[in-house]
Design a protein around this ligand. Structure first.
Ligand code: F6R
Length: 326
């Protein structure tokens, strides 16, 4: 699994091949991105990156088996599923076809690949043989290739630069991850960051869930200061928690807010560790943070003696939702 994460610099470049295949002859009113789990988070990332670059259309991320009521033929619906066989995502695709939306599919395989040819839907293939959460860079850069046709948000150069940056920092990221994992061992992580990095915080949580098989909690500032903060007036088992502070050192005001949250938690007996984001721009920082989270969750899986690859409970859930929806 570790080796798969080490392949991220190559994934960033590989995905650029898909950019040459993208054709889009419409100017959509809204972009709706549908996907679940490791594929769904790709929509959150793409939206955050697009808005960091001044993208001027609404982007809605749907992690459900039904589309919002307003979605119609004026909208572009992009469905992403690494396996191509996730029931919720397939349902959204079928609904998009019924509503005559412009559609796009990103998958490596599966039912959606078949449906693409049956319905003449443009299809962008990502590499087989990975697991969805590890395919983040390839799915993300592929998706950005579609958004670029609406308004350019990233150049090939930026993807190349990020690939070099990640490659050069691989060893340092793995070492830092090992340290963070040691701090988190036998604790329930509270991942704390601010709104701009919320998708990364959710991604960190998901990685800890799926690879290390532990629960964790996400808190986002400034919203944190309007409810969760009160929960610490009556802290239950403070020793069980450990704060993971996701910080962009260049963002002074928000770093000050995180310092305040850290101060408050430490007063209640909760210790914390920082996860500082490195990189020249937002894209590099979230790829860096995601890789650091990936390696942290793998190191934590090693400490717990669990297999990071296997996700039995997801398979169980997929059986249940399939029988409910079909
Ligand atoms: C992540 C993972 C899950 C899946 C999710 C949806 O590695 O295994 O979160 O991403 O169950 O499946 P796909 O991505 O195949 O649509």
């Amino acid at each position: 699994m570790r080796e798969l994460y080490r392949g991220w610099p190559d994934q960033l470049i590989k995905a650029l091949e898909n950019w040459n295949k993208v054709e889009l002859d419409v100017d959509p009113r809204t972009i709706v991105i549908c996907g679940m789990g490791g594929s769904g988070i790709v929509g959150d990332y793409a939206r955050a990156i697009a808005y960091s670059k001044g993208f001027d259309k609404p982007i809605i991320v749907v992690k459900d088996y039904t589309l919002p009521s307003f979605v119609n033929e004026n909208d572009l619906v992009i469905v992403i599923s690494y396996s191509g066989s996730t029931i919720e995502t397939i349902k959204c695709f079928e609904e998009a076809i019924k509503r005559k939306c412009r559609t796009y599919i990103i998958a490596s395989n599966g039912i959606l690949e078949e449906r693409a040819s049956e319905t003449s839907t443009p299809f962008l293939k990502v590499s087989k043989g990975l697991v969805p959460r590890v395919a983040l860079p390839e799915m993300l850069v592929t998706l950005i290739g579609i958004l670029n046709k609406v308004k350019e948000i990233m150049s090939k150069d930026e993807a190349f630069k990020c690939s070099v940056f990640i490659k050069e920092n691989m060893k340092a990221i793995e070492n830092r991850a090992k340290y963070i994992a040691e701090q988190l061992y036998a604790k329930i992580p509270i991942i704390l960051t601010y709104e701009k990095y919320a998708p990364l915080a959710w991604r960190i949580k998901n990685e800890l869930n799926e690879n290390a098989k532990i629960p964790s909690k996400v808190e986002i500032l400034p919203e944190w200061g309007h409810h969760d903060i009160v929960g610490w007036e009556n802290p239950i088992s403070p020793g069980i928690w450990h704060g993971l502070l996701v910080k962009d050192p260049e963002d002074i005001n928000t770093s000050k807010l995180i310092d305040f949250a850290n101060y408050l938690l430490s007063e209640k007996g909760v210790r914390s560790t920082s996860m500082e984001l490195r990189g020249d721009n937002f894209f590099e920082k979230i790829i860096y943070g995601s890789l650091l989270a990936g390696f942290t969750s793998i190191s934590l899986a090693d400490l717990y003696g669990v297999d990071p690859l296997v996700t039995q409970s997801i398979a169980k859930y997929k059986g249940v939702i399939k029988s409910i929806l079909s």
